[in-house]
Every structure is written in structure tokens, then in C-alpha cells.
Design a protein around this ligand. Structure first.
Ligand code: TMP
Ligand code: ASP
Length: 236
């Protein structure tokens, strides 16, 4: 499938149209940002790791019956996806406290939550992705109640599948972010699921294996992404 016109360039990805109006090509960049783009670096190979890791995750989820935008991997840093009308809400699933939740509710990082927490944030960097509740979402007409019900159900299913999968790789899925969109009347999981959008901790050592290494200047960022990919590909 040929890339045609650049439709959108985000911080970490580019989206191109194709000859088929229902399909798009996503290109994963090496650009790595944090704090809504305030901190920015090129990390060589990041796009390749994230494309590979996301592709494996989308294939796993599809195999488990979760509808996603993923069609196929096209090359080292490209995937073919279904064209989505993206719903501008970032859904975060949390199993263990970390990041902004620790600041918001004053708990130490690493406290297990007695049940999964779902959060919804407006996708808007300038406003720093403010948290929304259902009243905001309906008032702003971002999604219908039945769509949000579906998104929440699917988000919890995705969390259950990925938690189990990463546990088998000795990785703890602490939290992660999802985006959903509409395609021909169906709600599909979109965007990416990668160490950019997840918190992964080594189950044995607790070592961080995700973008927090970049956010917190911990070093060895790409080494951590490579290790996540290595475990996913079963190379031991
Ligand atoms: P947070 O603790 O900073 O709110 O992040 C929760 C999860 O969402 C974490 O796994 C990182 C991911 N995330 C993104 O993918 N994009 C973002 O813009 C932010 C703020 C978080
Ligand atoms: N994704 C956001 C950024 O690129 C925030 C983050 O991941 O920390 O700035």
C-alpha cells in the first residue's frame, strides 16, 4: 500500500493517506517528547521498537477479539491501519499508583490499587490533557453514553489481556494510555501501545522499562525498549 499525502504529523508519528480512503499508513518517528512536548530528543531506533511492540500487541488483542485499527505491519517503522475518526479522549488504565495519580491523591508510587482505575483526559497538549468526567464528555459532545460504555468495557478487557500477557514476560503493567476512534459505525482501539504510552516495570527488579526513563533522565532509554521487544519476541 502506497503512502500518498501527509494528513497529520504528531510528536511521535506521521499519518499518511493511501489509495484506499479507508486505510492509512502510520510512520513511527524517533522523536521522543515528555511534558507535552517541553522536553524533546531524537532517540535512534525508537520508532522501530514502538512499531514492532505496538504491532505485536495489536495482533494479540485482535486474536483475543478486541477490534483495533491495526491491519498489518508494513516495514520497520510503518503500519497499515483503518482510518479512524479519533475520539479526542485519552483513556488511562491504572493497576498500580504512579505518575500523575501519585501527585493527585498523595500516595507513594508503587501502591497496588484494589481495582483497576480508568481515567479520561481531554487530548489537548496546550491544556495539559485535563481530566474529564462523563458530564464534561457529554456536554462537550465528545462521545455518546453508549460509546463511552463500550470504550470502558473494552478498555478493561484490554487491561486484563495485557496484564496477563506482560506478567508472562515478567513485566508488570503499571498503567497505560489508550485512544479509540470510530470506523464504519464501530469503535476501534487506535493509536499505539508501546513503552511511550505504558509504564512497564521489571517484575523481579522493579526497574523501569518505559518512557519514564526519558522523563526522569534515568538513561538507557532505548536499552529498556529493546529489552521489552526482546522479551515479547521470545528471544531469551
Ligand atoms: P500519567 O501518570 O502521567 O497521567 O500517565 C499515565 C499513563 O499514560 C502512563 O502510562 C503514560 C501514559 N501517557 C501517555 O501515553 N501520554 C501522555 O500524554 C501522558 C501524560 C501519559
Ligand atoms: N506524551 C506527552 C508528551 O509527549 C506527555 C508524556 O508522555 O509525558 O509530551
Amino acid at each position: 500500500m502506497e503512502k500518498k499525502e501527509l494528513l497529520y504529523e504528531g510528536k511521535a508519528k506521521k499519518v499518511f493517506s493511501t489509495t484506499d480512503p479507508d486505510l492509512r499508513v502510520v510512520v513511527f518517528k524517533d522523536t521522543t517528547t515528555a511534558f507535552d512536548g517541553l522536553k524533546k530528543e531524537e532517540l535512534e531506533g525508537k520508532g522501530v521498537y514502538n512499531n514492532r511492540i505496538s504491532s505485536i500487541i495489536f495482533e494479540l488483542l485482535e486474536a483475543k477479539g478486541i477490534p483495533t485499527h491495526f491491519v498489518k505491519s508494513l516495514g520497520e517503522r510503518e503500519m497499515l491501519v483503518k482510518a479512524l475518526h479519533i475520539i479526542p479522549i485519552e483513556i488511562v488504565a491504572r493497576n498500580i499508583t504512579a505518575g500523575s495519580l501519585t501527585k493527585r491523591i498523595g500516595l507513594d508510587e508503587g501502591t497496588p490499587l484494589s481495582r483497576t482505575v480508568l481515567e479520561m483526559n481531554l487530548k489537548n497538549d496546550e491544556l495539559h490533557d485535563p481530566m474529564l468526567n462523563r458530564y464534561h464528555i457529554y456536554a462537550l459532545e465528545l462521545a455518546e453514553p453508549n460509546e463511552l460504555d463500550r470504550i470502558e468495557t473494552v478498555a478493561l478487557e484490554i487491561n486484563a489481556i495485557l496484564r496477563e500477557y506482560f506478567k508472562s514476560l515478567k513485566i508488570t503493567l503499571v498503567d497505560f494510555k489508550m485512544e479509540f476512534g470510530r470506523h464504519k459505525g464501530e469503535i476501534l482501539l487506535g493509536d499505539e501501545i508501546s513503552p511511550d504510552s505504558c509504564r512497564f516495570w521489571d517484575a523481579e527488579t522493579g526497574e523501569k522499562m518505559d518512557k519514564d526513563r526519558f522523563r526522569r533522565d534515568m538513561g538507557d532509554v532505548m536499552e529498556a525498549y529493546r529489552e521489552v521487544q526482546r522479551r515479547m519476541e521470545g528471544v531469551r
